[in-house]
Design a protein around this ligand. Structure first.
Ligand SMILES: [Ca+2]
Ligand SMILES: [Ca+2]
Length: 376
């Protein structure tokens, strides 16, 4: 993406979600209490759903009264993950495993339930609003409906499997897709390639595709390079590109007001990027030496770095990720890409920044990941 310029800001994109006829789960009566004389916190809650017996439950905690929530990487046990509905569910959090020995006076816990478990390789992104003040870009507010998202950037292996099916079933692409190894992200795919790949993935799995050549939605988008618009999309069916709004909401991982998905500083233990030159960058200068081998691109395998609060990997760095939207102010010319990449400075890995590229262009530091609406 050589011709890319970068800017930041927030695009409030609201798209109609498919009507949801199923009953939604509810979490009520959430209480958290520290056991006397220990660092253990007992979190209790009631879990209800009119038509689903087993729900998918996640928990996040805050030590500053709810300004920032995070999901502890360890120290959680009890009614988490797959949980039967009922009253008096209980999670035990060993706060001593996650926090320094210090007195926190304003701890909160947030319990979230979903009645459609994430498909293999995807994670559930809960509906909601993430608002706050970004350290560099100021006030923001991001609101989304629930969706599933690929936990990693689409890997070369994932790309190849769907691509092989697609070309045998009437699809045409500009690029065959490249990747340093099967578990590394696919790159050198243009925006149209990615959109058509999402359709092929849907059809391969027997799902109704999301993208059509016109607003009549009579012809599935399978070939050529057509600059389809919002009204050419079935927003509630099939795999599709994340919207710009969905991408940033997901990247923030349920935490608010952070520069990066994990906090406000970056180094090579956090992400695959090109370090140097920024006051919030603690990395040694240059590429990540573990991956800067054997010629470009210097990508890392998906899942190498710790995930964010939603279980998403590489939302900062590795490869840029195409999103659905036209870049604000450049409708008809450029589509949004986000998250920075292995060849980019820390500033491009920030949650709020966005870049743009011609939808027909491809690059060795640009890939994507897909999302799937629930209820299919
Ligand atoms: Ca339900
Ligand atoms: Ca990325």
């Amino acid at each position: 993406m050589n011709k890319v310029r970068v800017a930041a800001g927030f695009l409030a994109a609201v798209f109609g979600a498919g009507a949801c006829l199923a009953a939604e789960p509810s979490v009520t009566n959430v209480r958290a209490a520290q056991r006397a004389g220990s660092a253990y916190v007992d979190i209790t809650y009631d879990l209800a759903d009119a038509d689903t017996a087993t729900l998918s439950v996640t928990v996040a905690v805050s030590t500053n009264g709810g300004a920032v929530y995070f999901t502890p990487a360890s120290g959680l046990s009890g009614h988490l993950g797959s949980v039967a509905r009922g009253a008096g569910r209980k999670i035990v959090w060993n706060a001593g495993a996650a926090l320094p020995p210090k007195l926190f006076s304003n701890v909160r816990a947030r319990v979230t339930a979903s009645d459609s478990p994430a498909p293999s390789g995807m994670v559930a992104i809960p509906a909601g609003t993430n608002s706050g003040t970004d350290p560099d870009f100021g006030a923001y507010s991001l609101t989304v409906s629930a969706f599933f998202m690929d936990a990693t950037e689409v890997t070369k292996a994932q790309w190849d499997e769907v691509y092989a099916w697609a070309v045998a079933n009437g699809y045409g692409f500009s690029n065959a897709g490249s990747g340093k190894a099967s578990g590394h992200p696919v790159h050198t795919v243009n925006w149209h390639d990615c959109v058509k790949w999402c359709n092929a993935r849907s059809q391969k799995e027997g799902r109704t595709p999301a993208y059509y050549t016109t607003s009549a939605k009579s012809t599935v988008y399978k070939t050529g390079m057509i600059n389809i618009e919002n009204d050419c999309v079935n927003w509630g069916s099939g795999y599709r590109m994340p919207t710009d709004n969905e991408w940033e909401y997901a990247a923030r991982g349920g935490a608010s007001s952070r520069r990066f998905p994990w906090g406000d500083r970056i180094d090579h233990t956090r992400a695959n990027y090109y370090a140097g030159g920024y006051p919030y960058d603690d990395g040694y200068s240059g590429y990540d030496t573990r991956y800067a081998t054997g010629g470009t691109p210097y990508t890392s395998p998906g899942g190498t770095f710790a995930p964010n609060g939603y279980g998403l990997y590489d939302m900062a760095g590795n490869v840029w990720e195409w999103c659905w939207d036209w870049y604000p102010g450049y409708t008809g010319s450029y589509r949004v890409a986000r998250g920075g990449g292995w060849s980019r400075y820390a500033r491009y890995c920030r949650a709020a920044i966005r870049s743009y590229g011609d939808p027909s262009d491809s690059s060795y530091d640009l890939g994507f990941r897909s999302v799937l609406p629930p209820g299919q």
